[in-house]
Design a protein around this ligand. Structure first.
Ligand SMILES: [Zn+2]
Length: 219
């Protein structure tokens, strides 16, 4: 069950086997292949495809002018910011979340979308493009502005109320930096967590059985 440790240069990177697709991933919080949220597998939170995020940016740019700027701010300020979205993200089913799996505050959304992206990045073009390009090389698809405000972008078609909090475990902290290797979860705890997911209706009985077998197989 303990994550296998490997070293890339001087940086230790732990490889994890994705519980959903089986891909051996160097993503810290999300599977590099299917995007599964390792902290709460099976709860519909998947790291968003970067091209989808790119189109959401374009869409926001178009809407910004189409709605004469003020319309975009009304849509964002009164409707989407509190749901971890911009109008463009809303249309494309994207949501900004924090490491605990819940959406950030509206204040964080204003900081991320308006202050950093809208003002600072616009004033520092074309150098600021690097903030976006960074995500293509980042193991959890974070942009620089994601790192600044500790956020991740997921594809999530469900309701915002479905994003229940996944409390941070010892060794986990915001910003995607683990102060030490996360403790290997013991089998008991893993099985209890699985049972809870099933009881909460987040995974079906079949999925539960499949994942339970996967846990037991690793004994
Ligand atoms: Zn996966």
């Amino acid at each position: 069950m303990r994550a296998q440790e490997t070293y890339v240069g001087s940086q230790p990177a732990s490889l994890k086997t994705c519980p959903t697709c089986g891909f051996i991933s160097d993503g810290q919080w999300f599977c590099r292949s299917c995007g599964e949220f390792f902290r709460a597998p099976g709860t519909g939170r998947h790291a968003a495809n970067l091209w989808r995020r790119f189109f959401a940016e374009i869409l926001d740019g178009i809407l910004f002018f189409l709605l004469l700027i003020v319309g975009w701010f009304i849509w964002f300020g009164f409707f989407t910011a509190k749901n971890g979205q911009t109008p463009g993200k809303r249309i494309l089913g994207l949501r900004v979340i924090q490491l605990d799996g819940t959406i950030p505050t509206a204040g964080t959304m204003w900081l991320r979308e308006v202050v950093v992206k809208g003002i600072v990045w616009n004033l520092t073009e074309p150098f600021s493009y690097a903030a976006y390009i960074w995500a293509f090389f980042d193991r959890d698809r974070q942009t620089i502005h994601d790192k600044m405000v500790d956020t991740y972008v997921i594809y999530h078609s469900g309701d915002v109320e479905d994003l229940t909090a996944v409390p941070l475990a010892p060794g986990e902290q915001y910003g995607g930096v683990a102060t030490s290797a996360p403790p290997a979860e013991d089998i008991d705890a893993a099985l209890r967590r699985l049972a809870k997911l099933r009881d909460d209706g987040l995974i079906t009985d079949d999925e539960y059985e499949e994942k339970r077998r996967a846990v037991v197989d690793r004994l």
